[in-house]
Design a protein around this ligand. Structure first.
Ligand SMILES: Cc1ncc(C[n+]2csc(CCOP(=O)(O)OP(=O)(O)O)c2C)c(N)n1
Ligand SMILES: [Mg+2]
Length: 410
């Protein structure tokens, strides 16, 4: 006989479910301006307090406070606001186009716009991003042509990827946007490898890797951290903790008893946990990490705390697994509203200007959409010809594929 109770497992649960309001106290927030900013040559082990607190710059009134204030110029603030708003309007229009059956699938980044936009603003042209499907803000900030993005979404005759990728899985070497892979977490090992190659070549370009909270449970995440640490690869490791991985809560991927930022510290990587809905904090932390990478001080891992405000994709209904109004109670607010409040407080922005910018961007997106649709959409069947599947793989088409192509008559 022994006096032990039967063994049991712990299965994490979210603090809210449909009909039961979320208790967001699990987030462990810090007040704006209270978290220290270490020198860029900080020892990774000396960042463990930063992996548990939350870097924030914008306070409740929209003032920029504390050591992480990046002191952006008015032009930079406006550039950030513009790119975030453009991303949001673009997403909204593409969801409508998907509902109209012009495209097969879409994924929005509602509520997470600040992360991709302000991070990109802190990078240099030529730095390579290895994004997931929720960083369309990178392309928009780098002013990649909207028409090409929409042609990719429509899988039409002018799709630069010839219909070979799921909509939203863009690819542009020139824009420093590595081909998106549907296989989660592959971005991390590829980015570390690219950064290592950049160092081996003696180049000055750095890599930026992206992953979601859920995908950190993949082995590739951990492999990437080991390589990044061992070789001090010039890479920024971004973990976007938007609280959800489709219908599973972030605690299921291991965010309950520790933080995702703390994974980095445990691997010997300088790490920060940052308010992802605070565009100024995102810019400052990204710049800090980029500078470390550029000066051969090694990788940095940043956990961006944010909230996936919309459904996972056009194939998801989140009201089945979380309170429908959850986002309106998220304590870090909305990134666009917060930057707008800051700019209005500075006296450089107004409601009227905001409305005018909204109209202007909407007009730009509508005309890009019209032009893209003139090349076809799923509705009219103007999709790349079947012949294109035989192209771009072999320098000389092998005999058996030549025969298959003949059989198809294309
Ligand atoms: C290796 C792998 N496993 C599972 C999937 C299916 N899948 C696609 S997105 C997703 C959720 C990912 O959540 P997270 O990493 O938190 O990113 P988020 O969607 O929240 O941005 C899953 C499970 C996949 N594409 N690849
Ligand atoms: Mg997620």
């Amino acid at each position: 006989m022994n006096d032990y109770a039967p063994l049991r497992l712990h299965v994490p649960e979210p603090t809210g479910r449909p009909g039961c309001k979320t208790d967001f106290s699990y987030l462990h927030l810090s007040d704006a301006g209270t978290v220290r900013k270490p020198d860029i040559d900080v020892e990774p082990a000396d960042t463990s307090d930063l992996a548990y607190s939350l870097v924030r710059v914008l306070d409740e009134e929209g003032h920029a406070v504390g050591p992480w204030n990046p002191e952006l110029s008015h032009e930079q603030l406006l550039r950030g606001l513009r790119a975030m708003l453009k991303t949001r309007i673009f997403d909204a229009r593409m969801i409508t186009a998907q509902r109209q059956k012009k495209l097969s699938f879409y994924m929005q980044c509602l509520g997470e716009e600040a992360i991709a936009v302000a991070h990109t603003m802190a990078l240099h042209d030529g730095d390579m991003c290895f994004p997931t499907y929720r960083q369309q803000g990178i392309l928009i900030t780098r002013e990649y042509p909207l028409v090409e993005m929409i042609c990719q979404l429509l899988s039409n005759e002018a799709d630069p990827l010839k219909g070979r990728q799921l909509p939203i899985m863009y690819s542009s070497k020139a824009a420093g946007f590595f081909s998106i892979s549907g296989n989660l977490a592959t971005q991390f090992i590829q980015a570390v490898g690219w950064g290592m190659a950049s160092a081996i070549k003696g180049d000055t370009k750095i890599a930026s890797a992206w992953i979601g909270d859920g995908a950190t449970a993949e082995a590739d995440f951990h492999t990437a951290l080991t390589f990044a640490h061992v070789y001090r690869a010039p890479v920024i490791l971004n973990v976007v903790n938007n609280q959800w991985a489709i219908s599973t809560f972030q605690a299921i991927a291991g965010g309950e008893g520790t933080t995702f930022a703390n994974r980095g510290v445990g691997c010997g990587i300088a790490s920060l946990r940052v308010d992802g809905n605070d565009v100024l904090a995102v810019h400052a932390a990204s710049q800090w990490a980029a500078e470390r990478a550029r000066r051969n001080l090694g990788p940095s891992l940043i956990e961006w705390v944010t909230y996936r405000a919309g459904p996972h994709s056009t194939s998801d209904d989140p009201s089945k697994y979380r309170p429908a109004d959850d986002y309106s109670h998220f304590p870090l607010g909305d990134p666009i509203a917060r930057l707008k409040q800051h700019m209005v407080g500075l006296g450089i922005w107004s409601e009227e200007q905001h409305e005018a910018l909204h109209k202007e961007l909407e007009g730009e997106i509508i005309s890009a959409q019209k032009e893209a649709e003139s090349h076809g959409s799923l509705l009219d069947g103007h999709v790349p010809s079947a012949a294109s599947m035989f192209e771009d793989v072999y320098a000389e088409l092998p005999e058996h594929l030549r025969r298959q192509r003949q059989e198809l008559g294309v």
